[in-house]
Design a protein around this ligand. Sequence first.
Ligand code: SF4
Ligand code: SF4
Length: 488
Amino acid sequence: MSVQSFYRVIDRKERTYKTPVPYEKRPVEERTTDFDEVICGFNVETAMAEAARCIQCPDPQPCLLNCPAGNDIPEALWLTSQGDFVGAAQVFAQTSPLPEVCGRVCPMLCQRGCVLGKYNGAVTIGKIEAFVANKAREAGVLAINPPAQKTGKKVAVVGSGPAGITVAQELVMKGHEITVFEAWPKAGGVLVYGIPNFKLNKYVVQEKIKDLEKAGVTFITNTRIGDKITIDDLLKEYDAVFLGTGASIEAKMDIPGEDLDGIYTSTDYLVRANVPTEMLPPEKQQKYNIGKRVAVIGGGDTAVDCARSSIRLGAEEVTIVYRRTEAEMPGNKVERGVCVEEGTKINYLQAPVEYIGDENGHVKAMKVIKMELGEPDASGRRRPVPIEGSEFIQEVDTVVLAVGYWPDPFLGERTNDLVTHKWGLFLTDEEVGATSKKGVFAAGDNVHGPDLVITAIATAQKAAKHIEAYLNGEFEWPEIKKPERRKR
Ligand code: SF4
Ligand code: SF4
């Protein structure tokens, strides 16, 4: 055993029983009056102390196995515990292009695997990741340095969210010329227009975009591909196209009254609440007047974001209405706890069945039915079953729907040979990211449906690797066929 390895494990037993070191959050009464970030995180001393709790498990480390990007967490924690924050950030950056983002918004899949969870609590890896990435940003060492020798190959990236950023970074580092197209006025996709500022400051994303621009990536905003410029147009000019367009079209519930005024979709609601006016197109710049009582329908992270935004917009009574129980609720448990701490009430086992309007066509109440859990459905979660005769009226001034998302069908509909399947998802060979159209790759939420930022990054990394092989003539295009419907 080397001297360094010896020091890493010398007091393992003692460290196993150390209690977690808390990180700072702004107090509720302060943070609910603005849209600034809530988590202040660790400082130099607390980051080092918390990272030093890691007992440096032998290979294979369960934290690392749980991280979709495969970040070398034990190494990063060791460096953090020694005060080498820049070194730690560089370890995260080796496998993830966005450690400053993931440290803020990832539901810490790694921590679920941490062996210390069985003792006094998992190491708070995500917040350490954010802390060291901030330190590296301050030190100016997160620059992307592409090779001086260019390949002359050109790649178009459609969408500038986590998947698009990942592919742009990986391929500019190979010496290719990258152009990213974004439909919104600013680059960043869901990181800017979906995730609220109180979780991820827009500044953090804009700094990343600047890094990419300095590395030579071109961003063309306010441009929706499929409209005036089609994918076939791009294929004439570029050697490959990557689609990282996410999943931003909202599901509706198809119940009476859903088109009343005062009922909003979550994407529109979050954009108007959170995004500074100068980053919005003119038609989205007007703020909503939400009244005192807001009901958010749904149970995932977006529902939680909408509820927390409502509190910041001045609502006095905010309720999340969810049709299952907390055990089946998707999303980040910590964020949900923060949301409740800020004053949101969660009504489990309930669902609206009708919205009721006033004489002006504005929602004033909803008829809600109580549920009980039945047998598991296709997702493996127990199916909510309405309880007959349990309906009651809940008065509301605003309703926000956060019940599901799918990709914009626009691109699939307008592009020959680009096969989509359920809910408009692009059909791909997910191991390589190839779509049914030669030269076009896709990854992220537009392939697997709404998921985590780190999942989009991990799948985009696979696609980038195979785009590189394709550009080098080392990739055989797989046959992508729509699965035949099973006969009953
Ligand atoms: Fe953990 Fe997520 Fe960071 Fe991976 S990306 S180390 S799972 S917080
Ligand atoms: Fe450290 Fe926990 Fe990973 Fe073990 S599982 S190496 S204790 S972070």
